[in-house]
Design a protein around this ligand. Sequence first.
Ligand SMILES: *Cc1c(COP(=O)(O)O)cnc(C)c1O
Length: 481
Amino acid sequence: MRYLSTRGGAERPGFCDILLEGLAPDGGLYLPEYYPKLDTQALESLRATYNTRGYAALAFEILSLYIDDIPKTDLKAICDKTYTQAVFGSPEITPLRACGEGVFVQALSNGPTLAFKDMAMQLLGNLFEYELARRGEELNILGATSGDTGSAAEYAMRGKKGIRVFMTSPNGRMSAFQQAQMFSLTDENIFNIAIEGVFDDCQDIVKAVSSDLVFKKRFKIGTVNSINWARLLAQVVYYFAGYFQAQKLFAPSAVSARVSFSVPSGNFGNVCAGHVARMMGLPIEQLVVATNENDVLDEFFKTGVYRVRNSASTFETSSPSMDISKASNFERFVFDLLARDGQATRALFEQGVAQDGYFDLSGHEAFKTQFAHFGFVSGKSTHAERLKTIASTLQAHDQLIDPHTADGLKVGREHLRPGGVMVVLETALPIKFSDTILEAVGQAPPRPAGFDGIEERPKRVIVMPANTQQVKDFMTEKCAL
Ligand SMILES: *Cc1c(COP(=O)(O)O)cnc(C)c1O
């Protein structure tokens, strides 16, 4: 399998080369040259694999379709080492639970940092370690996080040989628990940089540093943001696991129930993995894009206009990991929507987004027929609705859900069709956002074992203005040590 850029560049690297890179040299995002198509027989074979040999075996089968430059025995060992009950808390790894008629919540947040990002990041840590050792190379990871990516990356990379992590985050905008998770790490290869700005400022710095090709090469800069294809690929696996489980639980005799997924969305990485699963032939009915008050994606799917917001118009909400006004993975979907026309995609993002701040596909045939081909629908959820959903879910189903999952549940229910099944992806555990939980239900969420008192531990972080050069200087200094 070779990979291509959404902006039409000519290179066709293999998996292990893009594993260690971020953006393509032309500024685009990597996608596989084609999506391997699974016929009914192949799908049934994957179902049997999952049912009899479990999640790690399923992951290996799916990853093998996209990775041909790692020997199969090694790739299998990496999957087996990553997706264990010890790390993810249950033999199913991503178990489903019922939450009302036709509605399920798929638990993706029982890894080390209690958010779904562990699902991909734990795999990435093991892939990086493997590939760097094989090449005898080092890597400096530069990332941007609004909370969960950063801690998931740091917990996946801590103590790994040949890897340093430089993680930028918007100063003061993460929950106390999230800050404590990241800043309390004392591993010498982990550096926390709090930027005076919002998440998009952090993301812009990462993009600016990565597009300085001389600096990038000299310091072997890599990324772990959701633009990394390997992360997206890891996330494809749980759509299959969710689909198989939903059919089993909902209609054990007839595996015909139409399954939709509702995905709390920010950077469009999670739901883009659902898009890839659907393109491979997983019979997903609707892909529900759920946003919070930062509704740039909801606006696009409703109107065809993609209008990014600046920092000042990005709301600080009670589902903060979705406070994003420029969705970095969205370009991947637009590329597919435009029948993989790299020049057209480049024009939309270089002229439209970068210069005009928007593009409008409302008159485009591809947008008008989007649902038939790609199945996307959308909706948004506000603070009041979030609180109401958390409270009613506790009352009616005796389940405490986090604010992001609540957005997914609220919007997912709105799109549930008679006789259909809606799987809502649980993107974090409530403990990460206890202020909002307290506000919603008047009680603090339970704290999982091992997290007692982390807010009181010493913090290891440097605060900086939103200035690319200062970040570069800091990295230069630390890499020289
Ligand atoms: C990252 C994150 C999201 C958004 O996921 P994207 O892949 O960026 O769309 C939603 N909820 C939580 C809790 C997250 O950490």
